[in-house]
Design a protein around this ligand. Structure first.
Ligand SMILES: C[S@@+](CC[C@H](N)C(=O)[O-])C[C@H]1O[C@@H](n2cnc3c(N)ncnc32)[C@H](O)[C@@H]1O
Length: 245
């Protein structure tokens, strides 16, 4: 077990508890915590573990390791207190990219909470100027870095592209001052997501530029819908697309 895992777990649990006890009250936070831990145990049975390999097709095709199936229990446990890793489905990703009416060459693609980096690989099918993944959990970030190296070694079209995974808390990200496509797929709990959107707005105020937000599975959409500086371009069941007004 990595030496810093107990510290990471204490810190993740502490922040989770403070946020939930403050916003929901102590009894509701305690019962949610029990439900999450029960869900973690249930998901650890051999049958449920096998079912997590259901997202393997992309990995077989590209010989990478982005599946949820091989995520270690430590990362799954930390995922309860941040947000669990789940990779974007390739056909959904293609549909979302097709909805962007932009010149990709001018834009940096940023995945907030990029996990094992599947979206970074898929984004390299488009001529983005730069592709960046921001991932909090070190084990997932390491897998992403390995995936990028393996994918670029085998895929001539991706070889010269600037693709990187950065291990950090997305709330501390300084957004690049280029036009941006910001990708969100259940990346953070609500309070933290609002913080990231606020930082993005501050960055845009300082340096006005085109910014698009692709929000896949928009479960916490109010965090964006209430933002006066954003307009919703489209909404389907799987994705809400926003851009600056
Ligand atoms: C649902 S997964 C999405 C993975 C990837 N974006 C994709 O679509 O394939 C959410 C990811 O957000 C990460 N995450 C959670 N909180 C974070 C934070 N504060 N900063 C950076 N990443 C975070 C989780 O560890 C997890 O890997």
């Amino acid at each position: 077990m990595p030496a810093d895992f107990p510290r990471q777990l204490r810190s993740a649990l502490g922040s989770w508890w403070r946020e939930h006890a403050r916003t929901k009250g102590v009894p509701a936070a305690a019962s949610l915590l029990l439900a999450e831990l029960w869900g973690f145990l249930r998901d650890s049975t051999p049958e449920r573990r096998r079912s997590r390999y259901g997202d393997m097709e992309y990995d077989w095709e590209h010989r990478v390791n982005t599946t949820t199936g091989t995520v270690a229990w430590r990362e799954r446990l930390l995922g309860i207190f941040h947000s669990p890793y789940q990779a974007t489905d390739p056909s959904a990703f293609r549909e979302m990219m097709a909805a962007l009416s932009i010149d990709f060459r001018e834009f940096t693609f940023i995945d907030i909470g990029s996990g094992k980096g599947r979206t970074l690989l898929m984004a390299s099918d488009y001529p983005f100027q730069k592709i960046v993944g921001v991932e909090l959990i070190a084990g997932l970030h390491r897998a992403a870095a390995e995936n990028i190296a393996a994918y670029q070694a085998r895929t001539p079209s991706a070889r010269g592209m600037a693709i990187e995974s950065v291990c950090m808390d997305a709330r501390e990200l300084v957004f690049p001052e280029t036009p941006l496509v910001v990708y969100l797929f259940n990346p953070l709990p609500e309070v933290r997501l609002r913080q990231v959107i606020r930082h993005l707005q501050e960055s845009w105020r300082k340096t006005p530029r085109p910014v698009w937000i692709v929000y896949h599975n928009p479960a916490l959409e109010s965090a964006l819908a209430e933002s006066q500086w954003l307009q919703r371009v489209s909404r389907t069941e799987q994705c809400s697309l926003y851009k600056v007004k």
